[in-house]
Write a protein that binds this ligand. Structure first.
Ligand SMILES: NC(=O)C1=CN([C@@H]2O[C@H](COP(=O)(O)OP(=O)(O)OC[C@H]3O[C@@H](n4cnc5c(N)ncnc54)[C@H](O)[C@@H]3O)[C@@H](O)[C@H]2O)[C@H](O)CC1
Ligand SMILES: [K+]
Length: 498
């Protein structure tokens, strides 16, 4: 699904009017209807307060107030500004003609909220810029401390549609009904906390307009990833599903390779090799029955001819899980320069890249899978700077290095060499355990071996990894989820998508 920046909304409104002859008043009416439709899912709630700001978000709020009144609910409107414009003004006139109580003085707000079941936030929408001050700031504080159910129209007030998310006053919603298409910031980790449950509602924008409208950010939804699933046929053999190699492991870190191996195998790979230090061979062999274990020679010069042979066998390679960064530079550089297929650089592979500081090693068919700390080591920005504006930072660096970057987090941002960013929101806090990333690397490795491009493998892999965690959590909760549980749950994740 396409994700919008704040500025896209005005452009879409204009296209609706000019090309499709749909006035914004109709879109506003539709928006109000869809918000009310959502409210009706909560039968216990009968008393509503709508907070109305000076823009069109307030206009939507006024439609909601009218429609709730028509349905017989008790509705109060708190108006922050008398002087509304355009469609919002029309809707204010209508509300004024009805017996809906209107309030304007701030001291009355506490009492009104006290008597309310649900607060509807129509203070600011995507037209909001900068930071909240003055009376608006006090209103947001009152909403947030009310303890009442808060439903945000389009976006929690104070959150911009896109761009850097500063620490500031923002409405904390229980649910956000976003209009037409989701806004970028609603999909990011921090924005999701403010939005609460996110619902996207169609407001009558013609599908032709949405299909033709170009965005460079997408929400990874089932309809996108379903198209990426590798095909399996009855008439096939292990050669049909590709070969992959995992290069990783070091003393005390064999688990990372085992997790990645299980994941690649459960992701449907035909044949899997692991390339590990001599002292790990036994451990890997006794834990991963389906993979073939290759031994790393210490003397790289002696090892090169053998290694070249190994590398020639595979279409995809994962380097980094538990690899260590001690004396690995030469081997790492040699593999990056001599493996022509698709490479996932994870964990210590990323740390080696940051240590070597030679980004010319990165190619179009490489995927980097950093968490924010690893990303920070590579690009030299702080973790805070990265998290404040992750979409644009991922976009900038995946374009700069001309590769795919998977910035892992509760929302994972996937950037491609062409500057597209895909946001993934499957997954849950059960994934916050060391080893989850190794599983992700393994899943992507398996998908790449089966013929997916780096862009496709990253998208489908990240989605499936989160979906597997969600499937487990549905049955067993989040607390005890372990990375080792994920490969097995992949079976159900695939089944859900096929
Ligand atoms: N196509 C659609 O999706 C439609 C969405 N609708 C709704 O319209 C809003 C956007 O409306 P807009 O009038 O552009 O902006 P806001 O309602 O967000 O109002 C902002 C308002 O506040 C002023 N402002 C901006 N920043 C600040 C600030 N820091 N402090 C104080 N005031 C600020 C600004 O000047 C505006 O006056 C969208 O979110 C939807 O809810 C349409 O109803 C239908 C089409
Ligand atoms: K709002």
């Amino acid at each position: 699904m396409k994700a919008l920046k704040g500025s896209d909304v005005k452009k879409i409104d204009l296209l609706c009017q000019e090309k499709y002859k749909i006035p914004t008043l109709l879109l506003m009416e539709h928006s109000g209807l869809k918000v009310v439709e959502e409210i009706q899912h909560y039968p216990g709630h009968t008393k509503f307060t709508v907070i109305v700001g000076k823009g069109n978000n307030g206009g939507d709020g006024l439609v909601v107030a009218r429609l709730l009144h028509l349905k017989g609910f008790s509705v109060k409107v708190f108006l922050t500004e008398e002087n509304l414009q355009g469609d919002a003004k029309i809707n204010l006139e209508i509300v004024k003609s009805l017996p809906i109580p209107l309030f304007r003085d701030l001291p009355s707000l506490d009492r009104i909220l006290e008597e309310t079941d649900v607060i509807i936030d129509g203070l600011f929408g995507v037209g909001f810029k900068g930071t909240i001050g003055g009376i608006a700031k006090e209103i947001v504080q009152k909403i947030n401390s009310s303890g009442k159910y808060v439903l945000c129209i389009d976006i929690p007030s104070g959150l911009a549609g896109d761009g850097p998310m500063e620490n500031r006053e923002i409405v904390k919603g229980d649910k956000t009904v976003t209009l037409g298409l989701p806004k970028e910031n609603l999909l990011l980790s921090k924005g999701r906390v403010y939005a609460g449950e996110l619902v996207v509602k169609d407001i009558g924008i013609p599908p032709e307009l949405i299909n033709q409208y170009k965005t460079d950010t997408y929400w990874l939804t089932e309809d996108i990833v379903k198209k990426l699933l590798p095909k399996r046929s009855q008439d096939s053999h292990k050669g049909s599903y590709g070969t992959g190699i995992i290069v990783g492991g070091s003393k005390g870190m064999s688990g990372a390779v085992i997790l990645a191996a299980h994941a690649a195998l459960r992701a449907g790979i035909g044949l899997l090799y692991t390339l590990v230090d001599r002292e790990l061979v036994n451990t890997i062999e006794t834990s991963s029955y389906e993979s073939i274990t290759l031994e790393m020679e210490e003397d790289l010069e002696k090892f090169k001819p053998i290694l070249v042979n190994y590398l020639a066998k595979a279409q995809s390679l994962l380097i980094g899980p538990g690899f260590s960064t001690n004396n690995r530079e030469e081997l790492f550089i040699y593999i990056l320069n001599n493996f022509p297929g698709k490479i996932i650089i994870d964990g210590d592979g990323l740390n080696l890249l940051a240590k070597i500081q030679d980004y010319s090693l990165i190619r179009e068919n490489h995927i980097l899978t950093p968490h924010p700390k690893e990303m920070s080591r590579i690009i030299g920005l702080t973790v805070e700077e990265i998290l404040k504006d992750s979409i644009n930072i991922v976009r900038e660096y995946s374009k700069k290095y001309r590769c795919t970057i998977v910035l892992k987090g509760s929302t994972t941002c996937i950037g491609t060499k062409n500057g597209e960013v895909f946001l993934n929101t499957t997954g849950n806090n059960g994934l916050a355990t060391g080893g989850s990333g190794d599983v992700l690397g393994g899943i992507i490795l398996g998908l790449l071996a089966q013929g997916l491009s780096v862009e496709e493998g990253a998208q489908l892999g990240v989605y499936l990894h989160g979906l597997a965690a969600d499937i487990i959590a549905e049955e067993k909760g989040y607390f005890s989820l372990l990375p080792r549980d994920l490969p097995e749950a992949l079976a159900l994740a695939f089944k859900k998508l096929y």
